[in-house]
Design a protein around this ligand. Structure first.
Ligand SMILES: Cc1cc2nc3c(=O)[nH]c(=O)nc-3n(C[C@H](O)[C@H](O)[C@H](O)COP(=O)(O)O)c2cc1C
Length: 181
């Protein structure tokens, strides 16, 4: 039997695990031997033919288990074909935990942008309650995305009358809430 392909995943709410299992069963159905495991449980890459690594994005960052996996196996991965995938927002209703977690995560994220996300989230909940007669506790997050906004062009004065261009980038943040099914 040929060496297996490892499908390793990081997950918080389970959707990346589902995608990883789907990839693994598709490969198996084509006669390719496959191992599907949480990234943090992988002990060694010995005898592995190729790696597929998947993880969700949280606040623009890959789940830490995937980053740790890359760190731990950096040397082995130089010589093993590797594919990666990232999961963003899904339109399927997520677990109840996700919604209640979002506030807590944002409140404890030291990044500056977390304040903007928090304000947007609170405002989206207030709109849902006041304008659409929905109950705050019964909402879940449908989508979260950050798109590129306009870039403001500024100049920094330099020596000898020169100037350096400064690009002040901005983002459009979007949160869509919906009632629980
Ligand atoms: C607090 C929070 C932050 C998130 N940040 C991002 C993000 O920056 N980019 C993105 O594409 N998706 C983001 N998402 C969506 C998650 O990546 C998405 O729900 C993913 O399917 C979760 O995967 P899991 O079920 O395997 O944990 C965020 C979700 C939450 C709750």
């Amino acid at each position: 039997m040929s060496a297996p392909i490892l499908v390793a995943y990081a997950t918080r709410y389970g959707s990346t695990a589902e995608v990883a299992q789907f990839i693994a069963s598709t490969l198996e159905s084509r006669g390719i031997s496959t191992l599907c495991q949480p990234a943090r449980e992988v002990k060694s890459l010995q005898g592995i033919q190729a790696v597929v690594l998947g993880a969700p994005l949280f606040m623009f960052h890959w789940h830490k288990d995937a980053l740790r996996f890359l760190d731990r196996f950096r040397a082995d991965l130089q010589s093993i074909p590797t594919a990666a995938f990232a999961l963003g927002p899904t339109t399927e209703p997520r677990s109840e935990k996700e919604w209640t977690d979002a506030r807590a995560i944002l409140a404890h994220t030291p990044r500056h942008v977390a304040r903007d996300w928090s304000k947007l989230l609170e405002s989206a909940v207030a709109n849902a309650e006041n304008n659409h007669e929905l109950v705050g506790d019964e909402l879940h997050i449908v989508t979260v995305k950050a798109d590129e906004g306009p870039t403001l062009k500024r100049f920094q004065p330099r020596a000898m009358g020169r100037a350096t261009k400064i690009r002040k980038r901005t983002s459009h943040l979007t949160i869509t809430l919906g009632p629980k099914e």
